[in-house]
Design a binder for this molecule. Structure first.
Ligand code: NAD
Ligand code: ZN
Length: 375
């Protein structure tokens, strides 16, 4: 009887259909207005020697600003200002890595990224490529990174992408725009200081904030949703509604959007994004459209997929007087349009999450083309 029971149990375990994924998370985070002031003491125990520097990759919008003076430089540390005018590229990562390898005899003790998604992704990618052979484009994909990265710290100065918490670093490579998704990608330490987001221009605040809102809508309406993702997605969505539809003080708004970004990122870790992100990747690949505004440009036309989400988006847009450019795709050649469609349709998990396993019958190339033509 007992044996039968045991055999039954073993069979049950053997035939268990689902293999759950085992995700790493950011192990350390400090939150609070002014917490950036503790960066020096956070880094101190990570410093291997005076010859192993800390490298600060900082958005050049802070060049000559007070924040730059507060960076805790010691020994041979280096502060490198980088423009976020263009999204990060694999060749940019390769150039930074070869510079650092030739500037120092020892590997850096830490890479610290200070800025928006662009600088956070660059910092993650540089930390990975300092310890892994070859070029960054060879690692675009899933779980291709073999060796642990250099200790890296993410310090967001604008909220929404969730790059501070995600397991990816999105890079534009010679052939594709794709992330380095790996267990070695997430930051070892994140500093969430809402005061750093004080100077963000209103339109950019809206676009990057909407990235978070759209993460929530796509995650919560996706077929991949589970209770883990839902719990984070719902919290992030509530925070976005407070930030973009209520009348908060500026301090409250910055604090809540920073946490919305974190929760939105956590939500998509275990689910996926959807139609807007797939289409936005196509726009970005062909036209170089930035992630935040690209998502907005697409999302406004997706009422057939996300009716409530799009209605709220339009209310938020109106409340903040955000006007989006029109006719972006009007002058595209047939060939460019075909490329855009094929880049977007190549993002299979996003479509499967959004529309289910039969997505190919729902989102045909001609339907996608007609959606693009509205933009
Ligand atoms: P960003 O880093 O591209 O910056 C946008 C603009 O805001 C830039 O002009 C920048 O200089 C400015 N800025 C940033 N902080 C500022 C401040 N405090 N004051 C004044 N100006 C400031 O913006 P983003 O929207 O955060 O990031 C977009 C990038 O993130 C894209 O490259 C996208 O691919 C990537 N992304 C990554 C993930 C991920 O999980 N890794 C997720 C979503 C998006
Ligand atoms: Zn996004």
């Amino acid at each position: 009887m007992q044996l039968k029971k045991e055999i039954g149990l073993k069979n049950q375990i053997k035939s268990k259909p689902t293999q759950y994924r085992n995700f790493p998370m950011v192990p350390r985070v400090i939150y609070g207005p002014g917490s950036f002031g503790q960066l020096g003491e956070i880094l101190m125990p990570q410093r291997k020697s005076s010859d192993a520097p800390v490298i600060f990759l900082v958005d050049d919008v802070f060049e000559g600003e007070e924040l730059a003076n507060r960076i805790p430089l010691l020994f041979d540390d280096q502060l490198i200002f980088i423009s976020a005018d263009e999204e990060p590229k694999t060749e940019q990562v390769d150039a930074l890595v070869s510079k650092l390898l030739s500037d120092y005899e020892e590997l850096p003790s830490a890479i610290v990224g200070i800025g928006g998604g662009t600088l956070l992704d660059l910092a993650k990618a540089v930390a990975i490529m300092l310890t892994n052979q070859g070029t960054a484009s060879e690692y675009q994909g899933w779980d291709l990174v073999k060796k642990p990265s250099v200790y890296h710290v993410g310090i967001p100065t604008i909220s929404g992408t969730g790059a501070e918490v995600s397991r990816t670093t999105v890079l534009l490579g010679p052939q594709k725009k794709l992330g380095i998704n790996s267990d070695y990608t997430p930051f070892d330490q994140v500093v969430l200081d809402p005061d750093l987001a004080r100077g963000v221009p209103a339109d950019q605040w809206f676009y990057t904030g909407m990235d978070c809102y759209i993460h929530c809508v796509e995650s919560l309406n996706g077929t991949y949703l589970n209770a883990f993702s839902q719990s984070y997605g719902e919290k992030a969505l509530d925070l976005c509604k407070e930030v973009f539809l209520h009348d908060l003080t500026e301090d409250e708004s910055r604090e809540k959007l920073m946490m919305a970004s974190w929760h939105g990122g956590m939500s998509i870790a275990y689910s996926q994004v959807g139609v807007a992100h797939a289409m936005s990747y196509g726009l970005s690949y062909v036209l170089g459209t930035r992630h935040g505004i690209g998502n907005c440009l697409v999302f406004q036309h997706l009422e057939e997929f996300y009716p409530e989400g799009v209605e709220l988006f339009k209310q938020m847009q109106e409340k903040h007087g955000i006007l989006l450019p029109e006719g972006i795709c009007a002058s595209l050649s047939e060939q460019e349009m075909d490329t855009m469609v094929s880049v977007a349709l190549g993002l299979e998990p996003l479509w499967e999450n959004a529309l289910g396993s039969g997505w190919r019958d729902i989102m045909t190339p001609s339907r996608l083309k007609s959606l693009y033509k509205k933009i």
